[in-house]
Design a protein around this ligand. Sequence first.
Ligand code: NAP
Length: 234
Amino acid sequence: MTRICIIGISGKLGQYMTEHALAHGYEVVGVCRPESVGKLDRFKGRITVFPARTDNADVVAQAVKGCDGVLTVLAPWGFTNYASGTARAVLENAEPGARLIFSCGWHITKEGKDRYSLGQRFIYGFLTFIAWATRLADISDQVRATDMIFASDTAWTVVRGSDLEEGESEGLPVWARHVGDPVLASNLTRRTDFALFMVHALTDDRLIHEAPAIVGRNSASAKAHPEAVASVPA
Ligand SMILES: NC(=O)c1ccc[n+]([C@@H]2O[C@H](COP(=O)([O-])OP(=O)(O)OC[C@H]3O[C@@H](n4cnc5c(N)ncnc54)[C@H](OP(=O)(O)O)[C@@H]3O)[C@@H](O)[C@H]2O)c1
């Protein structure tokens, strides 16, 4: 892995991924909305930024050229199919064989084997309704985006984040294939470690065609399953 592209590089997750990718020695290019370029000032001279909406297929095609890996923040903002447009732009334009890593939340399900508590179902339903009623976000478009990714024959991984908190890194999160696995019960990950897992996934071929649901390695539920913690590098 030498050159990577971060689609949605100016957001919180995008900036953490940039830090980790630079620390790994990768050459970093990224795409973000023109009005957000200033958020990346601290990386000036160390990254290349393509200012555009992340569903702009022409700009995404330029940005991902020559990249062995693409990290994509799937954000369901507005009602213009932003998340699915972003996913399509990456899937159709990435280099053949490139590792493609996408971010989303636990609410996304790949094979319908996730088990959600009543509380989680209520919260997801409530948030989906509020997002729809205020026309702020279209959660169903994030579902369309990930369905498109799951059906793709590219080397994809969809990383499903738990609830997030800020704070120092605890190291690589623990993951499970299905929500409802007891190791995930704490439902909390440091945002910087979500980003660390996204960057780690670029070079972990065991994660190809997986949709890992992650949780912080120092969370109570992870600590209660030391075998799961031991299975991921610190
Ligand atoms: N927040 C959580 O608790 C949580 C939990 C689990 C998983 N996730 C996942 O984590 C990823 C990052 O989410 P985040 O909540 O942590 O936020 P974030 O990292 O700040 O990312 C939000 C992204 O959405 C873009 N954005 C914001 N407003 C927009 C608009 N009106 N139109 C178009 N793009 C817009 C941002 O770009 P600009 O910099 O241009 O604004 C940024 O790229 C997402 O894939 C999300 O599904 C989040």
